[in-house]
Design a protein around this ligand. Structure first.
Ligand code: MN
Length: 238
Protein backbone atom coordinates (compact mmCIF):
# COMPACT_ATOMS: atom_id res chain seq x y z
CA UNK A 1 0.00 0.00 0.00
CA UNK A 2 1.71 3.11 -1.18
CA UNK A 3 0.57 6.46 -2.53
CA UNK A 4 3.44 6.79 -5.02
CA UNK A 5 1.22 6.14 -8.03
CA UNK A 6 -1.48 8.49 -6.72
CA UNK A 7 1.01 11.32 -6.24
CA UNK A 8 2.79 10.72 -9.52
CA UNK A 9 -0.43 11.35 -11.47
CA UNK A 10 -1.25 14.67 -9.85
CA UNK A 11 0.16 18.17 -9.62
CA UNK A 12 -0.88 19.38 -6.17
CA UNK A 13 0.04 22.95 -7.08
CA UNK A 14 -2.86 22.85 -9.54
CA UNK A 15 -5.46 20.40 -8.24
CA UNK A 16 -7.31 20.96 -4.93
CA UNK A 17 -7.23 17.21 -4.18
CA UNK A 18 -5.42 16.21 -0.96
CA UNK A 19 -1.80 15.19 -1.32
CA UNK A 20 -2.16 12.61 1.43
CA UNK A 21 0.69 13.96 3.49
CA UNK A 22 -1.48 14.58 6.52
CA UNK A 23 -3.13 11.22 6.69
CA UNK A 24 -0.76 8.95 8.57
CA UNK A 25 -1.57 10.29 12.03
CA UNK A 26 -5.27 9.61 11.59
CA UNK A 27 -4.71 6.02 10.51
CA UNK A 28 -4.77 4.78 14.09
CA UNK A 29 -8.49 5.54 14.30
CA UNK A 30 -10.35 2.29 14.77
CA UNK A 31 -13.33 3.31 12.68
CA UNK A 32 -12.46 2.51 9.12
CA UNK A 33 -13.75 5.03 6.62
CA UNK A 34 -16.03 4.00 3.80
CA UNK A 35 -16.88 6.43 1.03
CA UNK A 36 -18.32 6.45 -2.46
CA UNK A 37 -17.46 9.45 -4.61
CA UNK A 38 -19.58 10.07 -7.68
CA UNK A 39 -17.15 11.33 -10.29
CA UNK A 40 -18.18 12.97 -13.55
CA UNK A 41 -14.83 12.63 -15.33
CA UNK A 42 -14.42 11.48 -18.94
CA UNK A 43 -16.95 8.81 -18.00
CA UNK A 44 -19.35 9.01 -15.10
CA UNK A 45 -18.41 6.48 -12.42
CA UNK A 46 -18.60 5.87 -8.69
CA UNK A 47 -15.32 5.53 -6.79
CA UNK A 48 -15.82 2.98 -4.04
CA UNK A 49 -13.26 3.33 -1.27
CA UNK A 50 -12.48 1.37 1.90
CA UNK A 51 -9.88 2.48 4.42
CA UNK A 52 -7.29 -0.16 5.16
CA UNK A 53 -3.78 0.15 6.61
CA UNK A 54 -3.70 3.93 6.33
CA UNK A 55 -4.95 4.32 2.76
CA UNK A 56 -8.22 4.07 0.86
CA UNK A 57 -8.42 0.93 -1.25
CA UNK A 58 -10.24 2.12 -4.35
CA UNK A 59 -12.39 0.68 -7.10
CA UNK A 60 -14.08 2.56 -9.96
CA UNK A 61 -17.64 1.28 -10.37
CA UNK A 62 -19.08 2.53 -13.70
CA UNK A 63 -22.74 1.94 -12.82
CA UNK A 64 -22.48 2.47 -9.08
CA UNK A 65 -23.71 0.09 -6.38
CA UNK A 66 -26.91 -1.95 -6.65
CA UNK A 67 -29.03 -3.01 -3.67
CA UNK A 68 -30.26 -6.01 -5.68
CA UNK A 69 -28.27 -9.16 -4.77
CA UNK A 70 -28.85 -10.56 -8.26
CA UNK A 71 -27.00 -7.60 -9.81
CA UNK A 72 -23.21 -7.74 -10.01
CA UNK A 73 -21.53 -4.41 -10.61
CA UNK A 74 -18.12 -4.26 -12.28
CA UNK A 75 -15.55 -2.60 -10.02
CA UNK A 76 -12.12 -1.84 -11.49
CA UNK A 77 -9.46 -1.58 -8.82
CA UNK A 78 -7.48 1.64 -9.10
CA UNK A 79 -4.58 3.09 -7.14
CA UNK A 80 -4.84 3.52 -3.38
CA UNK A 81 -5.87 7.01 -2.31
CA UNK A 82 -5.04 8.99 0.84
CA UNK A 83 -7.62 8.66 3.61
CA UNK A 84 -8.35 12.40 3.57
CA UNK A 85 -9.36 12.05 -0.09
CA UNK A 86 -12.59 10.59 1.27
CA UNK A 87 -13.70 14.07 2.30
CA UNK A 88 -13.01 15.62 -1.07
CA UNK A 89 -15.97 17.10 -2.91
CA UNK A 90 -15.32 19.68 -5.59
CA UNK A 91 -13.85 20.28 -9.00
CA UNK A 92 -10.66 18.74 -10.41
CA UNK A 93 -9.42 21.13 -13.10
CA UNK A 94 -9.96 19.99 -16.70
CA UNK A 95 -6.72 18.68 -18.16
CA UNK A 96 -5.62 17.29 -14.81
CA UNK A 97 -5.87 13.60 -13.99
CA UNK A 98 -9.55 12.77 -13.42
CA UNK A 99 -10.60 16.28 -14.42
CA UNK A 100 -14.29 16.88 -13.62
CA UNK A 101 -16.69 17.10 -10.71
CA UNK A 102 -16.52 14.93 -7.57
CA UNK A 103 -19.39 14.37 -5.11
CA UNK A 104 -19.28 12.53 -1.78
CA UNK A 105 -22.23 10.32 -2.73
CA UNK A 106 -22.11 8.23 0.44
CA UNK A 107 -19.92 8.12 3.52
CA UNK A 108 -19.64 6.26 6.80
CA UNK A 109 -17.64 3.38 8.16
CA UNK A 110 -17.11 -0.26 7.26
CA UNK A 111 -16.43 -3.45 9.16
CA UNK A 112 -14.69 -6.47 7.70
CA UNK A 113 -16.72 -9.65 8.20
CA UNK A 114 -13.49 -11.45 8.95
CA UNK A 115 -10.99 -10.36 11.60
CA UNK A 116 -9.21 -7.24 10.37
CA UNK A 117 -5.97 -9.19 10.36
CA UNK A 118 -7.52 -11.35 7.66
CA UNK A 119 -8.42 -8.46 5.36
CA UNK A 120 -5.06 -8.59 3.62
CA UNK A 121 -5.55 -12.31 3.03
CA UNK A 122 -9.11 -11.76 1.79
CA UNK A 123 -7.88 -9.12 -0.66
CA UNK A 124 -5.14 -11.39 -1.89
CA UNK A 125 -7.63 -14.19 -2.32
CA UNK A 126 -10.02 -11.83 -4.13
CA UNK A 127 -13.02 -12.31 -1.85
CA UNK A 128 -13.65 -9.51 0.64
CA UNK A 129 -16.86 -9.60 2.68
CA UNK A 130 -17.81 -6.54 4.69
CA UNK A 131 -20.60 -4.56 6.31
CA UNK A 132 -21.25 -0.94 5.34
CA UNK A 133 -22.51 1.65 7.82
CA UNK A 134 -23.17 4.53 5.45
CA UNK A 135 -25.86 7.15 5.07
CA UNK A 136 -27.24 5.41 1.97
CA UNK A 137 -25.70 1.94 1.91
CA UNK A 138 -26.00 -0.51 4.77
CA UNK A 139 -25.62 -4.18 5.50
CA UNK A 140 -23.52 -6.93 4.03
CA UNK A 141 -21.63 -6.70 0.73
CA UNK A 142 -18.85 -8.53 -1.07
CA UNK A 143 -16.13 -7.64 -3.53
CA UNK A 144 -15.05 -10.63 -5.59
CA UNK A 145 -12.14 -10.56 -7.99
CA UNK A 146 -13.00 -11.81 -11.43
CA UNK A 147 -11.08 -12.67 -14.54
CA UNK A 148 -10.00 -9.57 -16.42
CA UNK A 149 -8.48 -9.07 -19.84
CA UNK A 150 -5.07 -7.69 -20.74
CA UNK A 151 -4.31 -4.57 -18.75
CA UNK A 152 -7.36 -5.11 -16.54
CA UNK A 153 -6.13 -8.56 -15.54
CA UNK A 154 -6.24 -8.85 -11.75
CA UNK A 155 -7.97 -5.46 -11.46
CA UNK A 156 -11.53 -6.56 -12.25
CA UNK A 157 -13.81 -7.17 -9.31
CA UNK A 158 -17.56 -7.43 -8.84
CA UNK A 159 -19.40 -5.49 -6.14
CA UNK A 160 -22.41 -7.46 -4.94
CA UNK A 161 -25.03 -6.91 -2.24
CA UNK A 162 -25.61 -9.86 0.06
CA UNK A 163 -29.15 -10.87 0.93
CA UNK A 164 -30.20 -9.16 4.16
CA UNK A 165 -32.79 -6.65 5.34
CA UNK A 166 -31.07 -3.88 3.36
CA UNK A 167 -31.31 -5.67 0.01
CA UNK A 168 -33.92 -4.25 -2.34
CA UNK A 169 -34.74 -3.58 -5.96
CA UNK A 170 -34.66 0.17 -5.43
CA UNK A 171 -32.35 1.83 -7.98
CA UNK A 172 -30.52 3.80 -5.33
CA UNK A 173 -28.17 5.68 -7.65
CA UNK A 174 -31.29 7.11 -9.32
CA UNK A 175 -33.39 7.69 -6.19
CA UNK A 176 -30.54 9.19 -4.12
CA UNK A 177 -28.60 11.40 -6.54
CA UNK A 178 -27.45 14.06 -4.06
CA UNK A 179 -24.31 14.49 -2.00
CA UNK A 180 -24.37 12.76 1.38
CA UNK A 181 -22.54 15.69 2.95
CA UNK A 182 -23.83 18.80 1.18
CA UNK A 183 -27.09 17.65 -0.46
CA UNK A 184 -25.85 19.17 -3.70
CA UNK A 185 -26.19 17.67 -7.18
CA UNK A 186 -23.14 17.46 -9.44
CA UNK A 187 -24.30 20.56 -11.29
CA UNK A 188 -24.35 22.54 -8.01
CA UNK A 189 -20.87 21.35 -7.05
CA UNK A 190 -19.54 22.29 -10.49
CA UNK A 191 -21.15 25.72 -10.32
CA UNK A 192 -19.83 26.39 -6.81
CA UNK A 193 -16.35 25.20 -7.77
CA UNK A 194 -16.09 26.99 -11.09
CA UNK A 195 -16.22 23.74 -13.04
CA UNK A 196 -17.90 22.60 -16.25
CA UNK A 197 -21.56 22.93 -15.30
CA UNK A 198 -23.00 21.36 -18.45
CA UNK A 199 -20.71 18.34 -18.24
CA UNK A 200 -21.52 17.86 -14.55
CA UNK A 201 -25.26 18.10 -15.24
CA UNK A 202 -25.09 15.06 -17.52
CA UNK A 203 -24.27 12.98 -14.42
CA UNK A 204 -27.38 14.17 -12.56
CA UNK A 205 -30.83 12.62 -13.06
CA UNK A 206 -32.35 13.87 -16.28
CA UNK A 207 -35.93 15.19 -16.39
CA UNK A 208 -38.36 12.47 -17.48
CA UNK A 209 -39.90 14.53 -20.27
CA UNK A 210 -37.28 15.24 -22.86
CA UNK A 211 -37.39 18.72 -24.29
CA UNK A 212 -36.91 18.61 -28.03
CA UNK A 213 -34.58 21.29 -29.31
CA UNK A 214 -36.67 23.87 -31.17
CA UNK A 215 -35.95 23.85 -34.85
CA UNK A 216 -36.02 27.60 -35.17
CA UNK A 217 -34.10 28.33 -31.97
CA UNK A 218 -30.28 28.57 -32.42
CA UNK A 219 -28.18 27.19 -35.22
CA UNK A 220 -29.20 23.86 -36.65
CA UNK A 221 -27.40 21.20 -34.64
CA UNK A 222 -25.29 18.75 -36.60
CA UNK A 223 -26.32 15.12 -36.47
CA UNK A 224 -23.43 14.54 -34.12
CA UNK A 225 -24.62 17.19 -31.69
CA UNK A 226 -28.31 16.49 -31.75
CA UNK A 227 -28.04 13.36 -29.63
CA UNK A 228 -26.02 15.20 -27.01
CA UNK A 229 -28.49 18.08 -27.09
CA UNK A 230 -31.42 15.80 -26.48
CA UNK A 231 -29.72 14.71 -23.27
CA UNK A 232 -29.16 18.26 -22.07
CA UNK A 233 -32.58 19.87 -22.05
CA UNK A 234 -31.21 22.71 -19.94
CA UNK A 235 -29.17 23.77 -22.91
CA UNK A 236 -31.84 23.00 -25.48
CA UNK A 237 -34.25 25.34 -23.77
CA UNK A 238 -32.05 28.36 -24.41
MN1 MN B 1 -12.67 8.57 -10.25
Amino acid sequence: MTLAKYKEKRNFKVTPEPSGDELAKKAADKHLLYVIQKHRATQLHYDFRLEFEGVLLSWAVPKGPSLDPSVKRLAMQVEDHPVDYGGFEGVIPEGEYGGGTVMVWDTGTWTPESQSADVAAALKKGDLKFVLHGKKLHGSWVLVRTRGFGSSSGKSWLLIKHRDEFASTEDIVATEPKSAVSKRLLVDIARDGGGDVEKAATGDPQPKTKVEPQKSASKKPSAKNSAARAETPRRAKQ
